[in-house]
Design a protein around this ligand. Structure first.
Ligand code: FAD
Length: 284
């Protein structure tokens, strides 16, 4: 597991994550740092993850790294107590704001979508502007969510969604999920939202680039995961796009990797292929 997931994780320590971010910045790429951990069930664990985020914010600020942070609300206690989660998140967002750093809330399984959007709305309506959300094009509700959030002109990461969801609530298969992504991106751009287009899917990437073609460089960004399509990311930077890399780090790498493998068999196939290619160079 460690060997298979190594390219996708910056290592167990904050120092390691900062080195990866510095390397990405030197390549002209932006970063978003994620402290690994999710579905936390004990208050003390949620508080420890919040503390790790405060340390990450300090490190980003002190080292002048070009990075924001990404947080999973279940890591900040969403399943324990909504008020605990709101309070830990608010403190992280305030700390980040005082350092000029933006905070992105990741989107998790559909069971958490309502609470995640609710806390996002609470904090934005409470005056915090350095906060964005992620939306998943696989979910049938996403266009309606964009409508609901319109008044906040949200800063959105748009992704397909990594979790396996039921057909009643989620599009299944490549084409409907792509079509929904295209529609959602149109809807967000129509509202004048800043969008982080998070995909490695070449068809979708090209399509999205035509959709943002009339925008200035600072009105959108492209996003990819650490260790995925790095060559393509470099080309996109050379072509003049802002590109952000998602950099997860921490001790909880095993759960993260295992969950990804369990939730997305395609990812398991890709991880296995990546490992075989390293062992047997040239094999496709
Ligand atoms: P795919 O069709 O899955 O991938 C396109 C191609 O990219 C593949 O054919 C392959 O060549 C390559 N590729 C993709 N992944 C890998 C890999 N791991 N290893 C090697 N090659 C690979 N999902 C959420 O549910 N919530 C979130 O908050 C969230 N945040 C994200 C943030 C970022 C920056 C990114 C890039 C993704 C995020 N995701 C999130 C995951 C996302 O929803 C998709 O599950 C994931 O990006 C795969 O979909 P894709 O659009 O890249 O297309």
């Amino acid at each position: 597991m460690s060997r298979l997931s190594a390219p996708y994780i910056a290592g167990p320590t904050l120092e390691g994550a900062c080195r990866v971010v510095a390397r990405l910045n030197a390549e002209g790429k932006l970063a978003t740092v994620d402290v690994l951990g999710e579905e936390v069930h004990r208050r003390v664990e949620a508080e420890a993850i919040a503390k790790a985020y405060h340390a990450a914010l300090d490190a980003i600020a002190v080292s002048h790294l070009d990075s924001n942070i990404s947080v999973k609300l279940t890591a900040l206690g969403l399943e324990i107590d909504l008020d605990l989660c709101r309070s830990l998140l608010a403190n992280v967002v305030t700390d980040a704001g005082s350092k000029g750093i933006f905070v992105r809330i990741d989107m998790e399984q559909s069971a958490f979508t309502d609470d995640t959007l609710r806390l996002y709305r609470d904090l934005r309506e409470g005056g915090r502007v350095n906060l964005g959300i992620a939306l998943q094009s696989c979910l049938r509700r996403t266009l309606a969510d964009i409508d609901d959030l319109a008044g906040l002109r949200p800063n959105v990461r748009l992704c397909k969604g990594i979790y396996v969801e039921q057909p009643a609530i989620a599009y299944q298969g490549r084409d409907p999920i792509r079509a929904s992504f295209v529609q959602a991106l149109d809807a967000l751009l129509e509202l004048g939202c800043y969008v982080g287009v998070a995909t490695h899917d070449e068809w979708l990437l090209e399509r999205s680039l035509t959709q943002v073609a009339g925008l200035r460089r600072d009105e959108y960004e492209l996003q990819m995961l650490l260790g995925v399509r790095e060559g393509r990311a470099t080309e996109l930077v050379a072509a003049g796009h802002r590109l952000r890399v998602y950099v997860p780090y921490g001790e909880r790498w095993y759960e993260y990797s295992l969950r990804r493998l369990q939730e997305n068999p395609a990812l398991a196939g890709m991880l296995a292929k990546a490992a075989v290619q390293r062992v047997v160079p040239g094999r496709r």
